[in-house]
Design a protein around this ligand. Structure first.
Ligand code: CA
Length: 233
């Protein structure tokens, strides 16, 4: 059995009953739980350092999406979003704005705990060297270097940052605005066409077939995602 050794979890949820149940289930599994009823309180607590955040999408003071983005600006912590909205668009959006997983209400607390554990197992932190598709593409973040079929690929720092961000989260959809934030460190509307230009350049350098990219896929109406298959260690 995997033990969670008192890892700290922040539960952001305004519905007391739900928060209490989630807290009880998590504490039974040895987690230490802090509860915040508002987004503002949640943000003020972040500095305490949490292993994972469970975030309700519908809060009285702030939209869950905004909290999620605010957390992502400064903290690399896994986020599970609790949502009552269940249609596909909202799910994609939920993941696109930086949540790592989502659970639709009403949910089984047991399932939520299982997701928490799964996510914590996965979240071991990014590796320095990422390798994909049987070594076809390699990203070395210690040297800001990429290699395609063992040949060096010259990427600009911006292109490298973009590719690295996407490659560290295979399958996760990023909006153009999020990617702008990766490059500039802040949101800047109107910059998103530049993202398209960067992606086009990166594709030119790393894709065998730019019309059918193996790595950087467009998610229409949303943004981009990385679809390379990570190699085992
Ligand atoms: Ca709520």
């Amino acid at each position: 059995m995997i033990t969670m050794n008192g890892k700290k979890i922040l539960v952001v949820e305004d519905e007391k009953k739900i928060a209490e149940i989630v807290k009880a289930y998590l504490e039974k599994e040895d987690f230490r739980v802090t509860h915040a009823e508002t987004g503002e309180k949640a943000l003020s607590l972040l500095k305490e350092g949490f292993a994972l955040i469970i975030l309700d999408l519908m809060l009285p003071d702030m939209a869950g999406e905004d909290i999620c983005q605010a957390i992502r600006k400064d903290f690399d912590v896994p986020i599970i979003m609790l949502t009552a909205k269940s249609d596909e668009d909202d799910r994609i959006k939920g993941l696109g704005i930086g949540a790592d997983d989502y659970v639709v209400k009403p949910f089984s607390p047991r399932e939520l705990v299982a997701r928490v554990k799964a996510l914590l197992r996965r979240a071991k932190g990014p590796k320095d060297v990422l390798s994909f598709n049987g070594g076809d593409l390699v990203l070395d973040s210690t040297r800001f270097e990429a290699r395609k079929k063992d040949a060096p690929v010259v990427l600009t720092p911006t292109e490298f940052k973009l590719l690295q961000c996407l490659a560290e989260h295979p399958g996760q959809v990023f909006t153009r605005l999020q990617l702008v934030n990766v490059i500039l460190g802040y949101d800047f509307e109107g910059y998103d066409r530049t993202i398209d230009a960067h992606v086009k350049n990166i594709r030119h350098k790393i894709e065998d077939n730019q019309r059918n990219p193996a790595y950087l896929k467009t998610v229409y109406g949303v943004g981009y995602k990385f679809t390379g298959l990570p190699d085992e260690d």
